[in-house]
Design a protein. Structure first.
Length: 417
């Protein structure tokens, strides 16, 4: 579960990105205690990785002290974002009460100016992610056959980034490619990283500032220059939609088979009302895109496309580069991000959805009595939680072994009969 939150709220990106919100990251059970010991020594920067690791597992106290670390380091905007995250997602807790009290004293800081530098940067990034010239489109190979391996629920492919080979997650839920600096510290020079713009990225524990760089990415026969987000967390490197969104791709048990789709002008987006392929102007929203800045988004529920008559074809709409499908959860239509970077077998959602979707629990955890998308019906589908989400996530395990094709021209996911 290390990847699937990384880019969901773009990046807030995510994740670039929720850089793929509910990952279950590995952590020592003593991360919070280690962080507290270092915090009490007033070494706030050194305490941050420990609090971050504990916060990613839902520890609200760790999230609170993570915010305090940033406050002590004069990172006021970051501290406010973390406190707002606690206030929103942990209502009724002692930490939320303290955060509410703090935020009432700094209303102007909490709201921010009408247009911050980070927001201006983000606006430019969103345009860049979606644009490709016709000349660059023509230069892309017509087809590619990419072998992948499933590991810990993720689809790993071999890629070359800035000339270095690596195994990396193929992630339809990530708007951008993302690289973990702890895992690959030498891809970019310290000078490149220092001058790179930063954007706020929504994460399960709050918001991180991440760097944006450009780099060459190759997978099989496809090579292109992409915007890449750099994260301080290990284990969250992904190939995102800005690498492969111009392709139709079929996923079976062994390969991702990509075929170049017809060229679409950057002035329009393939947001189809169904299988007709009609296009209309698309305003990228932050609600379900792993890479849209959370301090910008208005938490609006993304819409989904109309149902086709063919039950084997599932329509999707774009939120940024991410694909939003409709899943029936206990009979209730629910917008859901289709995310190959999502490792859990079941549904991933914020805890606030439990009541409105009729989620029940027993000694084994939480589950939905029925979940349905296209021809796939899952009974007693396991439910996993991620507080940083605004809509559901589903990953490859939800589909089992059924092959499917993603058609970006008609905005359909087509399952084999």
């Amino acid at each position: 579960m290390r990847i699937f939150h990384f880019y969901r709220n773009f990046l807030t990106v995510a994740s670039v990105w929720m850089l793929s919100a509910t990952f279950a990251f590995s952590q020592s059970p003593d991360d919070f205690q280690h962080g507290m010991a270092i915090y009490e020594q007033k070494n706030y920067e050194a305490a941050i990785p420990y609090f971050t690791s504990a916060a990613q597992k839902g520890n609200v106290r760790a999230t609170y002290f993570l915010g305090l670390c940033h406050q002590h380091m004069k990172h006021d905007a970051k501290a406010i974002e973390l406190f707002r995250h606690i206030s929103k997602n942990f209502k009724g807790s002692a930490e939320a009460t303290m955060c509410d009290s703090y935020l009432k004293r700094v209303p102007q800081q909490a709201e921010g100016p009408a247009k911050t530098t980070a927001q201006v940067t983000l606006d430019a990034v969103k345009k860049q992610v979606d644009q490709i010239s016709e000349a660059k489109w023509k230069a892309l190979p017509q087809t590619a056959r990419i072998p992948f391996q499933m590991k810990n629920g993720h689809m790993y492919v071999q890629a070359k980034v800035q000339g270095q080979y690596m195994n990396i997650v193929f992630d339809t839920g990530a708007s951008m490619c993302g690289i973990s600096l702890p895992d690959y510290p030498n891809l970019f020079s310290s000078a490149e990283i220092a001058k790179a713009p930063s954007i706020p990225v929504g994460r399960p524990h709050g918001v991180e500032l991440m760097k944006l760089v450009n780099g060459e990415v190759s997978v099989d026969r496809v090579t292109r220059n992409c915007t890449i987000m750099l994260a301080r967390e290990p284990g969250i490197s992904v190939i995102g939609q800005n690498f492969f969104k111009e392709y139709t791709y079929e996923i079976d048990g062994f390969y991702i088979r990509m075929t170049k789709a017809p060229y679409v002008s950057p002035l329009v987006a393939t947001e189809s009302g169904g299988a007709s392929g009609a296009v209309k102007t698309n305003v990228v929203s932050a609600g379900a895109d792993k890479v849209l800045a959370r301090n910008q988004q208005k938490s609006q529920t993304p819409t989904v496309a109309k149902k086709p008559t063919d039950k084997y074809s599932v329509p999707f709409v774009r939120s940024g580069n991410c694909m939003i499908v409709e899943v029936l959860v206990n009979g209730k239509p629910t917008p859901t991000t289709f995310d190959t970077g999502c490792a859990p077998d079941g549904l991933v959602m914020p805890m606030s959805f439990v009541s409105k979707l009729g989620i029940v629990s027993n000694s084994d955890g939480y589950y939905a009595e029925r979940a349905e998308i296209g021809p796939i019906i899952r009974k007693f589908a396991k439910v996993h939680f991620a507080n940083g989400l605004d809509c559901l996530l589903i990953g490859p395990k939800f589909f089992g072994d059924r092959p499917y094709v993603v058609d970006p021209v008609n905005n359909l996911i087509k399952f084999q009969y």
